[in-house]
Structure formats: structure tokens, C-alpha cells
Design a protein around this ligand. Sequence first.
Ligand SMILES: [Zn+2]
Ligand SMILES: [Zn+2]
Length: 358
Amino acid sequence: MMQVIQHSSERLRTALVSSRQDLTALYQKYSRDERRLMEEGLRPDSTLFSPISLHSDSDWITSHPEAPQDFQSFYTDPYRSIPVKGRETVYIQTIGSFGGADALTEQYLGWLRDYCEAFYYGLLVKLLDPVTVAATGCAFRINDNTHNLQMHAGDLLNFLEKRKPKDAFCIVGITMIDLYPKDSWNFVFGQASLTEGMGVFSFARYDDNFYTRSYKGRLQKGKKMRQGDYTAFTGYYTPPITGILLLRSCKTLTHEIGHIFGIKHCQWLQCVMQGSNHLEESDRRPLDLCPVCLRKLQSALKFKMADRYRALLQWMEPGLPSNEPHSSPESVAHSAKPTQAFEDSRQWLQKCLGVLGD
Ligand SMILES: [Zn+2]
Ligand SMILES: [Zn+2]
């Protein structure tokens, strides 16, 4: 089964521009080039923006029917979050170990931070000092089917709520350890509280081996766990840091922060804000926003589109040393950013900048 969701140009235009006079007038304030870029998405033959294709019944849109969110319904949503002066920082809190305390881990977190900062152009993104699982005081368990360690996502959100700095737009917890929302559930990729501006997301299942028998995070069957005794987390397996892991985590983190802005799952065009039910569907999503979601984000952050694309492109340029703040100039242990997995996105950004007359 392969089905394409092809909206008419008129429907997409209304989703992007709106039918309300004030929002149409606001749209006209974009530069001619910016409008040309966004209107690329209305052209059925566009090489920059493609219609969404459904590959199976387990795809997100098929299993979660809901009204698509156009620009107008986003803009007029009284519950969406807008960064205001004094609250313009995204905090990233790592929980538990990230592939050991080596230089690569620190670099990886720096790359992730820099990527989010380019994507959410105009916001600051800061890494909070890492915390151990024990420091969160969360409940945990061994999953009955996959036999890996899992942390209680709600407990982690309670912990993050207390850690959230005053100047935070939001705080996002990231971890390489699997999560579960409640006893009766098998697992969850992440959980968020949009009104509180926080979320927690796990990259554990982005490990290529997660669903195989050779997965190294499996614990012995029947191993007894005592709540409050976190020794099982010491030296616990975490996925190796690869280009694919970096790509997947950049995609997940920006998608999830998008929700905190009030951007719902995209049903207009291929877009990083598309919902996903499984890893294959999430891998199929592009790394960046469709024109409708781009306008949503731009209306909240007020960036020039070319500035944002240029920052993302610069992040993807191969061979450049990272701007990660903790790296000392004399350090030689730093490896190059694994950007091969970003090559399609890099070319796409160059085409967008071409349309923007850059
Ligand atoms: Zn989502
Ligand atoms: Zn979109």
C-alpha cells in the first residue's frame, strides 16, 4: 500500500496564507523572496516540498485521524507558547550516561545543542549539567518483553519541573535509557507537558540493534530490581554515537520542541512535524519544516528565513570544527562532525537559499 495525500494548491494556500484579512496582510509583509519560497510548497511540481505519502496502516495519519492545523488555527490558539523577553532559552538536560564520559559524548551534545540553536533561530539553547538517574529519584523497571531498563517518564517530568530555570522557554530532558509512561504500557519514546513547557525524550530505540536479540541493553531474565537502588544504571549500555544517531536525535528534539511552541502534527506536506508511529516512519520524515509550519515558527521567532537556513547549512558543512563551548583550543581528541547522514538536507538548504536569492 502506498497512498499520497495530495492537497489542492488552493487548500494549501489557505493553510499557509489564511482567509482572514489581518493574517493575509501579515503574510504580505514577508519579502518577495520569502513568499516565493513558501509558495514553492503550493506547486505540485515543486522539487523542494513534496506531498506526504502513506506506506502502511500503521502510519501516523491513518491511525490518528484529526483535523489538520493550518496557520490560522495555530496563530489564534490561546494555549500556544511564545518565547517572550527574559524567557528565550531552551534548556537541555541529559539524564543518565551518554555513551561514556568521553570527548565524543561531550561533542555529540554540543552538536545537538548547536543544531537546535540553528533550527530555533533566535533562541538560546543551553546544556544543563548532566544528572545521574539516581539524582532524579525516578521509578524504574525491567521491560518484560525486551528485558531492558526503563525509567518512569512522569517522574522525570516532575524532576525537570524543579530544575527549570527562571529564564527558560522550555526544558527538555534527553536520555539514552528507554522510558515507560505507566505500568500497563510497553514503552514510550517521550512525554511532554506543553503547558509547563517541558518534555523528556529517549533515544534508546534509535539504536540500530534495539529490536535484535544481540541488543546489549538486555539484562538477565529474572534479575530482581529494588526501587531506590540505582546500581543497575551504573555502566549500563547506551547506543554508540554515530551519524545516524545524531540525525535521528536532531530530528526528534526539534520535532518535540516544535510541539512546545504549539505546532501540531503536520498533515500538509512532508515535514519534520509529521507524526510518526515507528522508527521507519520517523526516518522517512525530512529534517526541516514545510512552508505552513515554517510560517508558524517564523511568526513566533521573527527570524529572516535566509538567516535560519544559512545557520543550518553552516552547521552541516563537513570538516568544520564544532563551536561547542567546552572544547579547548589545544584539544586534539575532537573528531569531525559526522554529517554524511545530513547530505540530502544540506543540498536542500542550498536550493532554498537559492530561491531566497542568496
Ligand atoms: Zn510529535
Ligand atoms: Zn509542516
